[in-house]
Design a protein around this ligand. Structure first.
Ligand code: SAH
Ligand code: SF4
Length: 394
């Protein structure tokens, strides 16, 4: 049942616009879907199967964006393919690099919806933070994305497209197992991935395919605010690592800061974590815990966190995230001493609780608080500005 108000609204169903030229974008399609599209364009079944395999490899393994690059497909067939299909990439509106090497891209969909992606390089890995929706319907009180008004699900094409664009810009084609800069993916950009399950699953299947983008499922993490009924399916059908945005250990506080808690409470959530397929000591669930001053950061709450993790016998670690403030946010960042004390208590309880260093602050790139400058204005403000501009033009 849908809870009315801001706890559990569905994304506004805005279908992404089809290409005006009628061509089909192959990015985001599975091998089987590419084969079916080739048949629909007029190839016979046998040719569609063979070409489908070849095209899949060129698109996802080699990063080709033109059919002319596909040297094992007869030249005479290239114009036919180019007439019917494109190999697209998201449009880049802006690309920024932080002083610490973090990169952020503002991307625009054909229907003028903006979303963001962030690449965070570290000594031993490079993590791409991928968005699953434009905006988010869930309104966690500390999260900037939750204040965005317009929400739509990203398509599988737009989700895979982010990874492919990052590969383009890092120069990492063809897909190879060793020596990559982009080693990890976290579904922690804009949006709640489990509210866009099918597209996220289809996109991640392509990312994980050995002849696709070839990233191991062990290097992919899906973060959810706690959409309990979808968690088992995420484990079974996607099988990636799970991160859960816990952020509080009591009903009272979690109801306030993560409102979906009013629908799926803490006990249900922790039980779903205990039941998550494939979790063991080597493959633990990550609990994200954003540290909010005087809200969820006391020693007692740290002890309660340890108690809960033990009670549900969870193989888990805790990521302590210093709150990244934004203008008008109703919370402050916990003091470093508070965060350290909290971390020590959880460590003493035998659970790893590293404190995350904020990255890319100078370009506003922290995961989970991505938001485009154009969306910082409300719809009404944008309309008013447009009217003023019109008036000024006479
Ligand atoms: N919707 C999913 C995934 C995106 S949010 C989820 O909530 O898990 C990714 C992470 O960033 C979440 O743990 C979220 O709580 C955190 N986050 C959001 N806003 C933040 C902020 N202002 N400072 C620090 N972390 C934040
Ligand atoms: Fe949505 Fe996650 Fe932000 Fe909550 S923290 S509003 S679920 S993006």
């Amino acid at each position: 049942m849908q809870i009315p108000g801001h706890i559990d609204p569905v994304a506004v169903p805005r279908a992404p616009t089809l290409r005006e030229d009628g061509r089909v974008d192959l990015v985001g399609l599975s091998k089987e879907q590419i084969r079916a599209e080739l048949e629909a364009a007029g190839l016979d079944a046998k040719a569609a199967k063979l070409r489908g395999k070849q095209i899949w490899h060129w698109v996802y393994n080699r990063g080709a964006t033109e059919f002319a690059q596909m040297t094992d497909i007869a030249k005479a067939q290239h114009p036919f393919l180019a007439d019917h299909f494109v190999i697209g990439r998201p449009e880049v509106v802006e690309a920024q690099v932080s002083s610490d090497g973090t990169r952020k891209w503002l991307l625009r969909a054909p229907d003028a919806q903006d979303y963001e992606m962030v690449f965070i390089p570290d000594a031993d890995r490079g993590t791409l933070c991928v968005s699953s929706q434009v905006g988010c319907t869930l309104n966690c009180r500390f999260c900037h994305t939750g204040t965005m008004r317009l929400v739509r699900n990203l398509t599988a094409s737009e989700i895979v497209g982010q990874v492919m664009l990052a590969r383009d810009s890092l120069g990492e084609w063809p897909s190879q197992p060793e020596g990559r800069l982009l080693t990890n993916i976290v579904m922690m950009g804009m949006g709640e991935p489990l509210y866009n399950f099918d597209a996220v699953r289809d996109a991640l299947k392509i990312v994980m395919d050995g002849d696709g983008l070839a990233l191991s499922k062990r290097r992919i993490t899906l973060s959810t605010s706690g959409v309990v009924p979808m968690m088992a399916r995420a484990g079974e059908e996607i099988g990636v690592n799970l991160a859960v945005s816990l952020h509080a250990v009591t009903k009272e506080v979690r109801d306030e800061i993560v409102p979906i808690n009013r629908k799926y409470g803490l006990e249900e959530l922790l039980q779903a974590c205990a039941d998550y397929p494939g979790v063991n000591n080597a493959r633990r669930i990550t609990f994200e815990y954003v540290m909010l001053k005087d809200k969820n950061d006391s020693d007692d709450e740290a002890r309660e966190l340890v108690r809960l993790i033990k009670k549900y016998r969870l193989h888990a670690k805790v990521n302590l995230i210093p709150f990244n403030p934004w203008p008008g946010a109703p919370y402050d960042t916990s003091t470093p001493e508070r965060v350290r004390s909290f971390s020590n208590i959880v460590f003493d309880g035998g659970i790893s609780a590293p404190i995350r260093t904020p990255r890319g602050r100078d370009i506003d790139a922290a995961c989970g608080q991505l938001k485009t400058s154009s969306e910082k204005k409300t719809r009404a403000e944008l309309d008013r500005l447009a009217e003023e501009k019109q008036a000024a033009l006479g």
